[in-house]
Write a protein that binds this ligand. Structure first.
Ligand code: IPD
Ligand code: CA
Ligand code: CA
Ligand code: CA
Length: 262
């Protein structure tokens, strides 16, 4: 593994743990937080903003030449070729409802390509991590995508959100059920894709994921032997359709996505 990535990976693991623990402390006193609505089923709390501020401050101290993109604050352009991509709380809809399924996500890109990705779920204590060429792990266990060759062998992460066209979302669910599979949707796209990398889910589809939702998990998926059609390198602050899965089901999922989204 590239030594620079090792240093960044170790730093990111520690920072994701610290930021996730901070967000979790807010989660434990949820009734004191003010919830603002940005859109349909798209909420933000001061915990989201403060957690991102904590992450940004630590990154700016350690790598002041790097760029930073995050969900809750303005983009900072860097000069080093490295950019950090942060989602302080992925699964805010769960967070504000007291549902213990959300995570803190930090990825690092070199020239727009993810090279380090960490997802920390403070409610279970699971930490997923990957570096380009260095493998992917949950805790100390290597991640490996599911070996299934048919969608009927397990469940699919179905990324439908408040932003989705209801009819298109219903068609996606119908296609997944029509393939004799089941759908999984638990308000955190990052954890959904991490579960694909871990082989817990066979694959995942979402029509519009932001870089901060998916970059860390897509690197994990690549390192775990999976395939995806996703981000064009360099699109750090735009959304993209994501189709991800084990090699045995990826093409079948891509056909479903093409049929559903056109
Ligand atoms: C959302 C979650 C959700 C996905 C949405 C995202 P947030 O992120 O990842 O699963 O369907 O597209 O915006 O707002 O909880 O960080
Ligand atoms: Ca959000
Ligand atoms: Ca998110
Ligand atoms: Ca978020």
């Amino acid at each position: 593994m590239n030594d620079d990535y090792r240093e960044r990976l170790d730093f990111t693991v520690a920072l994701a743990r610290e930021a996730g623990a901070y967000a979790h402390a807010q989660f434990l006193k949820l009734e004191t937080l003010t919830v603002e609505r940005k859109g349909h089923q798209d909420m933000v709390t001061e915990a989201d903003r403060a957690t991102e501020t904590l992450v940004r401050a630590a990154l700016a101290r350690r790598w002041p030449e790097d760029g930073i993109v995050g969900e809750e604050h303005a983009r900072v352009h860097g000069t080093s070729g490295f950019d950090w991509v942060i989602d302080p709380i992925d699964g805010t809809a769960n967070f504000v409802s007291g549902i213990p399924h959300w995570c803190t996500v930090i990825a690092c890109c070199k020239d727009g390509v993810p090279v380090v990705g960490v997802i920390f779920d403070p409610c279970t204590g699971e930490l997923f991590r990957a570096s380009k060429g260095g493998g992917a792990y949950v805790g100390e266990k290597p991640l490996k995508v599911n070996a299934a060759t048919s969608l009927s062998e397990g469940s699919i992460f179905a990324g439908v959100s408040g932003k989705s066209d209801p009819k298109v979302a219903a068609t996606l669910i119908a296609e997944i059920l029509g393939a004799r599979s089941l759908f999984f949707r638990a308000a955190s796209g990052a954890l959904g894709l991490a579960y694909v990398a871990a082989g817990r889910l066979l694959g995942g589809v979402e029509d519009r994921m932001n870089s901060w939702d998916c970059f860390a998990a897509l690197l994990m998926l690549e390192e775990a032997g999976g395939r995806h059609q996703g981000y064009p390198p360099g699109s750090l602050d735009t959304g993209t359709k994501v189709v991800a899965g084990g090699p045995g089901v990826h093409d079948a999922l891509a056909r479903i996505a093409a049929k559903v989204y056109g």
